[in-house]
Design a binder for this molecule. Structure first.
Ligand SMILES: NC(=O)c1ccc[n+]([C@@H]2O[C@H](COP(=O)([O-])OP(=O)(O)OC[C@H]3O[C@@H](n4cnc5c(N)ncnc54)[C@H](OP(=O)(O)O)[C@@H]3O)[C@@H](O)[C@H]2O)c1
Length: 383
């Protein structure tokens, strides 16, 4: 196992951390972890040197923490540093903070958590935490030894990330979504560097974009790029090595759902080193990124010149969901995102074809006709 630097701490995390959100399950029920398969995976990773375990309140519909606690109680707790997260969306009062933390300590069968995160911070939850003065609470809990270090995981725009980063002086670490397709998404590379410059450890989540970058074989245009590289790497290994290549990354978390993935990612981690990719490797990844982006049918750049739509259609968001669903051949995921993330009054069928947006779009996208196609694709017949 390769070890790296965790921000300002005198501690070296393994390059590979175990993300406990993707364990194998029984049948299709995400709430029933297949313990016979999952426990050996977690043990194997720890025995191979993985020393950072990341779980959270909601994973596997609240079963992940208890399962992790059970496996760690078999003599593994002292071999790893354990991270879990306050479920921000459930927190309304200070009493909630105490209550969730106490339940988590019990579920995890431990007296302390090493790395405690405020889960999935965004503008709204950040505001709520400031209202509750969560820092005073966290410092008290750290003094009591309930957890050792405070951090946050993040899903919002770069501006919000910067605000959070600069809004508290004692963050030890943060966790961001980062992979070769998300260089400029959410915190992105700019956020990675800003956090590292401030001395925070940066934990990367979704290095394979939730598995989409690991599909093997990848789309033909991407497969061609990898084939020309002369390297015999899987699409997953290309994506992981790209993350590890960056010195600002403290470790990456992989959610692994089979023992084979654990074994492969252990080998990948052994090959990793900051700055070890050659310029020709980076060029391959850049070409793979472009090839994937070219699969997006609508050339929308999210500039938002088309907004506000007089009828309220969330044009760039609808296009983003549609593009993603087509690019990664995941109509089901797109349909679900369209159903739950876009309010009915902002859906594409609210378009009255006034054309205001088309006259403003710098890419000259035929927005009206794409909105019709997107709505038809993202709305399963009968719903
Ligand atoms: N704090 C937050 O807001 C937040 C959000 C997301 C994630 N996280 C944490 O970050 C962790 C990492 O994120 P993630 O699970 O989305 O990571 P990821 O590595 O982007 O995706 C995990 C998926 O990649 C696939 N995979 C992994 N290794 C592979 C390999 N060698 N070959 C082929 N496919 C492979 C598996 O997909 P299949 O199962 O389809 O095979 C797996 O479920 C999570 O587990 C969780 O602990 C936190």
């Amino acid at each position: 196992m390769k070890y790296r630097q965790f921000g300002k701490l005198d501690w070296q995390p393994s390059a590979l951390g175990f993300g406990c959100m993707r364990f194998p399950v029984v049948g299709d029920d995400n709430a029933v972890i297949n313990e016979e398969l999952a426990a050996p995976m977690l043990r194997r990773a720890i025995e191979a040197g993985v020393n950072y375990i990341d779980t959270a309140w909601p994973y596997h519909r609240e079963q992940s923490e208890s399962f992790v606690g059970k496996v760690l109680s078999e003599g593994y707790r002292g071999k790893v540093r354990l991270a879990t997260k306050m479920p921000s969306w459930l927190v309304n009062t200070r009493e909630d903070l105490d209550r969730f933390l106490d339940i988590q300590l019990e579920r995890l069968q431990t007296d302390y958590i090493d790395f405690y995160l405020l889960h999935t911070l965004n503008a709204r939850s950040w505001e709520n935490y400031r209202r509750l003065n969560v820092f005073e609470w966290a410092e008290r809990k750290m003094a009591e030894g309930k957890f050792h270090y405070l951090g946050f995981s993040f899903h919002d725009t770069y501006e919000v990330f910067e605000d959070i980063l600069n809004g508290y002086d004692n963050w030890t670490f943060c966790q961001i979504q980062y992979n070769y397709m998300d260089v400029n998404y959410q915190a992105g590379q700019k956020g990675l560097r800003a956090a590292a410059n401030k001395g925070l450890a940066v934990v990367v989540m979704e290095p394979l974009r939730g598995g989409r970058l690991a599909k093997n074989p990848p789309p033909p245009s991407v497969a061609e790029v990898f084939a020309r590289s002369g390297r015999d790497w899987t699409p997953a290994n290309w994506a992981l090595q790209w993350v590890w290549n960056q010195p600002e990354v403290s470790l990456l978390l992989s959610g692994m759902s089979t023992m084979e993935q654990v074994e492969q990612n252990l080998v990948s981690a052994d090959q990793s080193n900051p700055g070890s990719l050659k310029p020709e490797d980076l060029a391959v990844i850049e070409q793979a990124r472009q090839a994937r982006e070219a699969l997006a049918p609508i050339p929308c750049t999210h500039c938002e010149y088309c907004l506000p739509c007089p009828s309220g259609v969330a044009i760039p968001s609808v296009f983003e969901i549609y593009n993603e669903a087509v690019m990664y051949e995941e109509p089901g995921r797109g349909q679900s995102a369209y159903k739950y993330d876009i309010q009915d009054e902002n859906k594409a069928d609210r378009c009255v074809e006034c054309g205001t947006c088309e006259s403003l779009c710098p890419q000259q996208i035929e927005i009206i006709s794409w909105l019709k196609k997107a709505h038809a694709y993202l709305t399963p017949s009968g719903s």
